[in-house]
Write a protein that binds this ligand. Structure first.
Ligand SMILES: Nc1nc2c(ncn2[C@@H]2O[C@H](COP(=O)(O)OP(=O)(O)OP(=O)(O)O)[C@@H](O)[C@H]2O)c(=O)[nH]1
Ligand SMILES: [Mg+2]
Ligand SMILES: [Mg+2]
Length: 288
């Protein structure tokens, strides 16, 4: 048959010689779809918290930003980078994180489903595992879930535009949420009134409301909230003191040993402009 199944008597089904290692059921493998990611492309896995509107309410996240929740997201993303191979940069904001695999990765033969499920499950289990480090005695009320998707970007420009899109999204939402909750918390408006007030306002008008009515300069608000979090690998020099015996010497001595280590470093800065990419030229491989 087309699946290469050879009909044979039932008795021979479980006799496993080297030449005949397959059962007659083996053909079902052929129903699996090939989801190998196109070569030379950056593979981006983005995950997003499931129904986090409700999750945030139930766990009393502070509004508009909860630093415990953001810290836990970043801790979980760090665990993904440390446990999985070939993630060169991760970017997160709100209840989402994007992981960029280097374009030449051969991890799991570039199979989309493997990459995506490993990222989301490592992230989800870390989110639960590290919950207490960030929320202390406040209990986790139910198991949170995250969806995942895979997107391929063939050029550095496309990849940078993707990351710019996520950071612009962070900015737009954070500006809106900052004004909205300031109007409610400091201006005494109801949520319905605040929504009405902000309908069809431009960014400049939102900045103006904050500045003239509440003396808040949006540009000096926390970078973590305005820019989100970019995680990258950085080399650090680590100097340790070792007690050892040098050749030609009788006694042991304290010797300083420097070794370079790669560590995941968090940045809360603009990743849309050139500066970040010029300062970290190792993140992207040359287009060519
Ligand atoms: N209070 C508070 N809420 C947050 C914070 N971060 C995320 N959220 C909530 O999480 C939501 C994330 O938005 P979405 O991912 O679009 O929506 P969702 O409710 O998760 O729904 P799905 O992703 O479609 O499952 C926001 O709308 C907020 O309600 C935070 O720091 N503080
Ligand atoms: Mg969500
Ligand atoms: Mg979201």
């Amino acid at each position: 048959s087309i699946f290469g199944v050879v009909k044979r008597p039932l008795a021979s089904l479980f006799t496993c010689s080297r030449a005949m290692a397959k059962s007659k059921f083996e053909y079902v493998r052929c129903f699996e779809t090939d989801d190998t990611c196109l070569r030379n492309c950056y593979i981006v896995v983005r995950l997003d918290g499931r129904n986090f509107h409700k999750f945030a309410e139930q766990h009393k996240f502070t509004k508009p930003n909860d630093n415990r929740a953001l810290g836990l997201m970043t801790r979980s993303a760090r665990s993904v980078m440390e446990e999985l191979e070939d993630v060169v940069i991760a970017y997160g904001q709100s209840d989402e994180f994007s992981f960029v695999f280097k374009r030449s990765t051969t991890w799991f033969k570039r199979r989309a489903s493997k990459l995506m499920t490993h990222v989301t499950s490592q992230f989800s289990s870390s989110y639960v595992f590290y919950w207490k480090e960030f929320f202390g005695e406040q209990p986790l009320l139910y198991p949170p879930g995250f969806d995942g998707r895979v997107v391929l970007y063939p050029s550095n420009r496309n990849l940078r535009d993707y990351l710019s899109w996520r950071q612009a999204d962070c900015h737009i939402n954070n500006l809106y949420n900052t004004v909205f909750w300031t109007l409610v918390q400091k201006g005494g408006l109801t949520t319905a009134q605040a929504e009405e007030r902000l309908k069809r306002t431009l960014a400049a008008e939102k900045n103006e409301i904050l500045f003239s009515e509440f003396s808040i300069n949006y540009n000096t608000e926390a970078l973590l909230h305005r820019k989100g979090t970019a995680l990258i690998w950085e080399k650090t020099e680590e100097t340790i003191t070792k007690r050892m015996k040098l050749p030609n010497e009788e006694e042991e001595k304290d010797v300083n040993v420097t070794r370079s280590r790669k560590r995941v470093q968090a940045h809360h800065c603009d990743i849309i402009g050139e500066t970040f990419w010029e300062e970290h030229p190792d993140i992207l491989e040359d287009d060519g």
